[in-house]
Write a protein that binds this ligand. Structure first.
Ligand SMILES: Cc1ncc(COP(=O)(O)O)c(C=O)c1O
Length: 365
């Protein structure tokens, strides 16, 4: 896995500059790179901290000196000891969306004589986690959380993951607008009850460019934008030249003129499909050269994956690639691809730099 240093740096700086210009704090989700070194780079560029999903990732990041970590993930209080331990070393915040779970956290944290920052997760249409903002008890839920000992209520948080299913720019724009409207309306109702809502946090790479235009938000949490990928290009969030992570694959066989085999199977590219405004078939985009300007070779389609083989169909029936040649592939979904290797290699054009340790990879608990 190669990461083009210049492209990555531009991605980081562009998002940071856009957030800063709008008065938003940037808190990147580290799920995409899972690397202490790259988290530190984001913080050096101006991010106020990072997000992790799992406590195991947060433990690695805290050990690496990251001092402000948010987990927009439904943690269970069975993990209270780990959170209390982390609180000794770093600032931690996480989400709640269930009263029993919140009460469990309150009891455990208060019993330890500590307090922890929490945000209430709001379902803005992805229908994964979060309270229903239209439920009759939505405001009561938030007020009750804010009253719980041991919990410091910070605000509201959402993830518009349904933006990945959008079929047009207008739909992504509408999702970002609706998300901001839902959160700011709910925050106003909570404030009417005398509860401070200090933060309103949103974050997903496809919607970020439209979330930047909304009022009342305080924090943006994109993750994928550090590398981008084929899905982000197909959703209008990036160009091919923004894609910083590529897989360097070798042609290992050419059983027929119209069929090539690459050494990047599902254990490299993963089986994640690409999403986008139009159907985007195949398991990644094979680039038409291994250096310089990035453009997909439309003659090549990665049609099928086995664990260690990628079966590429040559659509024209003939191609100059031979066994032994290298190609570069932009994966459908960079976050799951980088999680498969111990290190990614920094490159600048064709110059190979240092490996960067994917230090929190595989930390799934
Ligand atoms: C809760 C939450 N916040 C932020 C993100 C970052 O979104 P993206 O991967 O679109 O950058 C994710 C991604 O899964 C997420 O689950």
């Amino acid at each position: 896995m190669l990461v083009d240093h210049t492209r990555m740096s531009q991605n980081l700086q562009r998002m940071q500059a856009a957030a800063t210009a709008r008065g938003l704090r940037l808190r990147p989700h580290a799920k995409t790179h899972k690397s202490v070194a790259l988290a530190q780079r984001q913080i050096a560029d101006g991010a106020m901290g990072i997000c992790c999903a799992k406590l195991g990732e947060a433990e690695i990041m805290a050990a690496g000196g990251v001092d402000d970590i948010r987990l927009p993930y439904p943690l269970n209080p069975i993990n209270a000891d780990r959170v209390i331990d982390l609180l000794e070393r770093t600032r931690i915040s996480f989400i709640v969306d269930n009263l029993d779970v919140a009460a469990g956290w309150s009891a455990a944290i208060a019993a330890a004589g500590r307090s922890v920052d929490v945000l209430v997760k709001v379902d803005v249409g992805f229908h994964r986690c979060g309270i229903d903002p239209d439920a009759a008890n939505a405001v009561d839920f938030i007020v009750r959380v804010a009253e719980m000992p041991g919990l410091r209520f910070r605000g509201l948080l959402s993830h518009a993951g349904h933006g990945y299913g959008a079929t047009s720019e207008a739909e992504i724009d509408a999702i970002a607008r609706a998300e901001a409207a839902i959160l700011t309306t709910l925050a106003a109702r909570v404030r009417e009850r005398g509860v401070e809502v200090a933060e309103i946090s949103v974050g997903a790479t496809p919607t970020s460019r439209y979330s930047l235009q909304q009022r009342g938000l305080t924090e943006l949490r994109p993750g994928n934008y550090i590398y981008y990928d084929r899905t982000q290009v197909a959703l209008g969030a990036a160009s091919w030249n923004d894609c910083a992570l590529t897989v360097l694959a070798r042609v290992v066989a050419k059983p027929a003129e119209d069929r090539l085999i690459l050494d990047s199977g599902s254990k490299t590219l993963t089986n994640d499909i690409a999403r986008g405004f139009v159907p985007t078939p195949g398991h990644g985009a094979v680039l038409d050269s291994i250096d310089g300007v990035q453009a997909p070779d439309d003659d090549l389609r990665i049609e099928r994956l086995s664990e260690e083989h990628a079966v590429v169909r040559v659509r024209s029936g003939q191609h100059g690639l031979r066994p032994g040649d290298f190609v570069r592939v932009i994966p459908n979904h960079a976050c799951v691809v980088s999680n498969l290797v111990d290190s990614v290699w920094m490159v600048d054009g064709m110059d190979v730099g240092e490996p960067v340790h994917v230090s929190a990879r595989g930390r799934i608990t």
